[in-house]
Design a protein around this ligand. Structure first.
Ligand code: UCC
Ligand code: FAD
Length: 584
């Protein structure tokens, strides 16, 4: 010992202090807001059964699934183009952990739960909660599940055509042997946002009523899936195609035939990505792919929009879950890391930093739950007209806003671990790398902001009326609660500002709304999240922290579109000044 004290770092001795690492606990039991939400909303019998399953699943995540997810990160897929004898095979080689995730997904009913509807409209919410627990441990298997769910939704909304019943059965199976995953191939080289002008894929009708597809898909994730939905333009008897959105139809295809051979598909290469490395994302040449047209001709985009609704909600699950995981690990670490004479949890400034993260995560979680609740109602024919409008309006908003939050929280979260947060072998940086995609795929922030406007215009403003009514309803209970009265009045003022803005916007020149689109979407997001936080805090069993969280949320600029409009940010000359500034 004397020798060690004299020369603490010589040879094999590398010092005696080793930091305890943050441990993952049962994420269901460690989430007080989730438990509070379920207790408040679920009928008692459903609550009891669901809680038991979620607690068990929380244990399985710690004991088994989380390490599989890590293995997926460490063993990314690769593409084997040729076999040893020179034959082109285009085989995507995935690791055993990725394959096991497919088994786990079936066993846990991660898609099936939503379609079995054992708990009527609450089944969808319970499925989403389960996915929320699963997502950060899933090794990005959450991505194929999103598209699988989206494909099942499209098939169901097409009225379960005979030709697709088999596929639906596979997508919603709990049997690992029969469970299928789906892809979603929309993006081509010319455009992922502007699908209407970017889609060059053509579809030639065959005598048997099927089609052969020819084209190049620029991004296809989970390319190891069993089937996919994709867009193409039907070529008429004269060899002509219809340009723009009116020429796009939706197609169903199976990726491989019964012998396991690719269905006229060549996998050109796998994408070299910043994050989501666990997930195979490929470029594909479609060279005579046998496919079924499943939408009326020219109704491709509107038919696939049901898939977009589901995958955008899954994106929100990933965003909210990423924030929750980062915070839970960071708070665990804060109770183990000792600096300047105290644990970091005992440094008030660190706790303030984490509390601000917590406020964001809670807003995102309640927004996700609200959309999940509305989706469940819609799928069990229990929606009012107001609910339907809200679901349409809130889906792009929740996706775009939580994506931005997740990146910010993941980044701040890494800092909570100091230098260790930057170290790949802690597994933490993957959370940030994977979060960065959440604002890009399934529609970028701007494209979704324009989708919000699309929903307003198409519904002739009815989605906005639904928004105002719903937001106001959520504030009813809180106005008489002294601790919430200031937050409530700030939210009511923000709603008034938003109303004033929309009134003015109707009278402004074209281009005004487009410039305001992002701030408008942010305003709706902040106000609605605020209403949900206040509504939850007004619950009779709400905690002091629920109230504090609602107060903190409502201190920010809740209606940035009003503020920016007053500053002249959307005036006629703003667009040209913006361009001059950028290109100076
Ligand atoms: O990125 C992708 C997969 C990533 C992997 C999966 C991740 C899942 C999350 C996992 C988490 C871990 S797949 C690619 C995703 N691509 C996009 O999201 C495309 C982004 N671009 C847009 O959203 C654009 O706004 C388009 C493509 C929808 C614009 O198309 P158009 O054709 O130019 O737009 P139109 O003409 O306005 O719309 C055509 C029709 C209209 O209906 P009708 O004809 O009845 O008037 C629209 O109202 O489609 C309808 N429509 C919608 N309906 C358009 N968007 C929607 C919508 N969101 N909801 C309902
Ligand atoms: P662009 O449309 O070229 O956008 C570039 C920029 O312009 C963005 O900032 C955008 O916000 C902005 N912009 C575009 N239009 C407007 C506008 N009208 N007003 C203001 N700003 C605008 N696609 C699939 O179909 N299937 C998949 O499985 C799939 N997997 C993916 C996996 C990963 C990891 C990634 C990164 C992408 C994947 N994508 C997939 C593609 C993805 O959906 C698109 O990249 C995305 O929709 C954006 O399209 P784009 O790349 O063409 O960007």
């Amino acid at each position: 010992l004397l020798e060690e004290l004299k020369m603490p770092f010589s040879h094999a001795l590398i010092g005696s202090f080793f930091q305890d690492q943050p441990r993952l606990g049962n994420q269901f039991l460690e989430d007080s807001l989730l438990q509070g939400y379920l207790k408040r909303h679920l009928p008692p019998v459903v609550l009891e059964e669901a809680s038991q399953d979620l607690e068990r699943f929380g244990r399985r995540l710690v004991d088994e699934i989380d390490s599989l997810g890590r293995e997926c990160e460490l063993n990314p897929p690769h593409l084997q183009h040729y076999d040893a004898w020179g034959r082109r095979v285009d085989h995507i080689v995935t690791c055993p952990a990725w394959q096991k995730m497919k088994v786990v997904s079936a066993e846990e009913g991660l898609v099936a739960e939503a379609y079995e509807r054992k708990y009527s409209s609450w089944s969808r919410l319970i499925q989403i909660v389960k996915l929320y627990l699963y997502s950060p441990s899933s090794g990005l298997f959450s991505c194929p599940l999103a598209m699988t769910d989206g494909a099942a939704k499209v098939i169901e909304s097409l009225g379960m055509p005979d030709a697709l019943q088999d596929a639906f059965g596979h997508l919603t199976s709990r049997d690992p042997k029969t469970f299928w995953t789906s892809g979603q191939w929309m993006t081509e080289r010319k455009g992922g946002s502007d699908v209407a002008h970017g889609t060059e894929t053509v579809a030639h009708a065959e005598a048997d009523g099927t089609y052969k597809l020819y084209g190049y898909k620029w991004f296809t994730s989970a390319t190891d899936s069993d089937m996919t939905l994709t867009l193409g333009r039907v070529v008429d008897a004269q060899g002509n195609i219809m340009p723009s959105t009116k020429g796009l139809s939706l197609f169903y295809l199976e990726v491989r035939d019964a012998q396991g051979q690719l269905n006229g598909i060549q996998i050109q290469r796998l994408k070299d990505k910043l994050g989501t490395r666990q997930l195979p994302t490929a470029e594909l040449l479609l060279d005579g792919v046998k496919a079924l047209r499943i939408s009326p001709e020219g109704r491709g985009v509107s038919s696939i929009s049901n898939m977009l609704t589901i995958t955008r909600i899954h994106n929100t699950i990933a965003a909210a879950a990423c924030m929750r995981r980062m915070i839970n690990l960071a708070r665990e670490y804060a109770s183990k890391r000792f600096v300047f004479g105290r644990l970091i949890k005992d440094h008030p400034l660190h706790m303030q930093t984490m509390a601000r993260m917590e406020v964001q995560a809670r807003g995102a979680f309640l927004f996700l739950m609200e959309v999940a609740r509305l989706l469940g109602l819609e799928e069990t024919n229990m929606t009012t007209e107001q609910d339907e409008h809200l679901l349409r309006l809130l889906t792009p908003i929740v996706k775009l806003y939580t994506g931005k939050q997740a990146i910010a929280i993941a980044s701040e979260g890494l800092e909570c671990f100091g230098g260790q947060g930057y170290m790949e072998d802690t597994g933490l940086p993957a959370l940030l790398r994977d979060a960065q995609v959440l604002t890009i795929w399934e529609g970028t922030t701007n494209v979704l902001s324009l989708d919000v406007l699309r929903s307003v215009v198409k519904s002739q403003g009815r989605v906005l009326s639904a928004f105002f009514t719903s937001a106001q309803e959520k504030l009813e209970a809180s106005s008489n609660i002294p601790s919430l009265s200031q937050s409530t009045s700030r939210l009511l003022q923000a709603l008034q500002n938003l109303k004033d803005f929309t009134r003015k916007a109707g009278m402004r020149e074209s281009g005004f709304l487009e410039l305001a689109a992002r701030d408008f979407a942010y305003s709706l997001a902040r106000i609605y999240m605020g209403c949900l936080l206040v509504d939850h805090a007004a619950w009779t069993e709400a905690t002091e922290s629920d109230v504090y969280c609602a107060q903190r949320w409502s201190e920010q600029d809740l209606c940035p579109v009003f503020t920016a409009e007053a500053a002249g940010c959307y005036n006629a000359d703003a667009a040209s000044m913006d361009t001059r500034l950028v290109y100076e």
